[in-house]
Design a protein around this ligand. Structure first.
Ligand SMILES: O=C(O)CCC(=O)c1ccccc1C(=O)O
Ligand SMILES: [Mg+2]
Length: 368
């Protein structure tokens, strides 16, 4: 396989509802999509999960465009590749910029799966026919609003509720939810809103039988998380702190994390995601697939990755209709009884709808 052409598109899509985390609110979603073509005309799609602003990590839509245009696409164009794992090696001399790397790596995995006539899930080694999913719920105006939302998602069948928390929107919120829904699987995600000195507050969450607490402390920390885990019973799950297999190994060895949220973009692509998955499986660390409010393209990659055996806990891959009036893939990702059926077609398994994607494209450029 030889990539002969890449097109970067900047898409702007309106979220149905604003999504609020401890670090800010998303209204629109601005992001990049990459279309790669090989010498035989096979087309593969990748999505950048970098946001418009550097809130979640340091990458942005613009830094991703720069990295792709000036460094990553030139490394790939017209190079003979046997397997997408080689992309991970080719990109090693370039430090970080994982979301940019993942964008093009994902498109190459899609092409590879099509050329070997298998679903992306099968190409990765996944065996599940369907995957279990939960949902991530942003910070609301009032606890009553949150209770009503959770009630709706429980009725829709989502397998676990992830509640965004921050100082002042934490203990009483989780207490109310636990009292109202005694049997629902809840977890909390702080997106780095606390410090080790907040351990007493976080300790109070132990009373609510949470499946885990995600990234309570600083986004680059694994030392204080290890100290915190000794003080609280709720298992800690790292998100922001894990960028590679090496990060995962160090965090597990230090006792900073008992569960890992794997995001394909954050770790630089599917090859690295699979390595982290395999390491965690060998070390009895359950993993699950995180979300970045993706369009259908990124969502399809998440579905495929989640078919690997150690994705034991439900992920954040909710259905397309949770986010968009109209997604850019056909069919859209549908959740029924908390399950997504894994597409069997070759590649990512969904068709990118050219008419819809054109509607949301605000800029594009082709490289060959
Ligand atoms: O529904 C989703 O895609 C997951 C939403 C989510 O939790 C999230 C959204 C934006 C940035 C960070 C995170 C996170 O997992 O921390
Ligand atoms: Mg998170």
């Amino acid at each position: 396989m030889k990539i002969t052409e890449c097109t970067i598109r900047h898409l702007k899509m309106k979220l149905k509802e604003p999504f609020t985390t401890s670090f800010g609110t998303f209204d629109d979603k601005d992001f990049l999509v990459l279309e790669a073509k090989d010498e035989s005309g096979t087309i593969g799609w990748g999505e950048s999960v970098a946001f418009h602003s550097p809130w979640y990590n340091e990458e942005t839509l613009q830094t991703n465009w720069h990295m792709l245009e000036d460094f990553l696409i030139p490394l790939i164009l017209n190079k003979e590749l046997q397997h997408p794992d080689e992309v991970n090696e080719l990109f090693k001399p370039i430090r970080k910029n994982n979301m940019a790397k993942s964008t093009i790596e994902g498109a190459i995995w899609d092409i590879y799966a099509q050329q070997t006539n298998q679903s992306l899930a099968a190409a990765l080694g996944g065996k599940k026919d369907n995957i279990e999913v939960g949902i991530s719920i942003g910070i609301q105006k009032s606890i009553e609003d949150l209770v009503a939302l959770v009630d709706g998602f429980v009725n829709e069948g989502y397998k676990r509720m992830k509640i965004k928390i921050k100082p002042g929107w934490d203990v009483e919120v989780m207490r109310t939810l636990r009292e109202t829904f005694p049997d629902v699987a809840f977890m909390a995600d702080a997106n780095s809103a606390y410090r080790l000195t907040d351990a007493e507050t976080l300790k109070q969450l132990d009373a609510f039988n949470l499946t885990m607490i995600e990234q309570p402390l600083a986004s680059d920390d694994i030392i204080d998380h290890a100290a915190l885990q000794k003080l609280i019973d709720t298992p800690i799950c790292l998100d922001e702190s894990i960028h590679s297999l090496e990060d995962a190994r160090k965090a597990v060895e230090l006792g900073s994390t008992k569960i890992i949220n794997i995001k394909i973009g954050r770790v630089g692509g599917l090859t690295e995601a699979k390595k982290i998955h395999d390491y965690c499986e060998a070390n009895d660390i359950p993993v699950w697939c995180g979300g970045m409010l993706e369009s259908g393209i990124g969502r399809a990659h998440n579905v495929a990755l989640t078919t690997l055996s150690n994705f034991i806990l439900p992920g954040d891959t909710a259905g397309s209709s949770r986010y968009w009036e109209k997604d850019i893939i056909d069919p859209e990702v549908v959740v029924k009884d908390g399950l997504i059926e894994v597409p069997q077609k070759a590649g990512i398994g969904y068709e990118v709808n050219r008419e819809t994607i054109d509607l949301f494209t605000v800029a594009q450029k082709t490289y060959k």
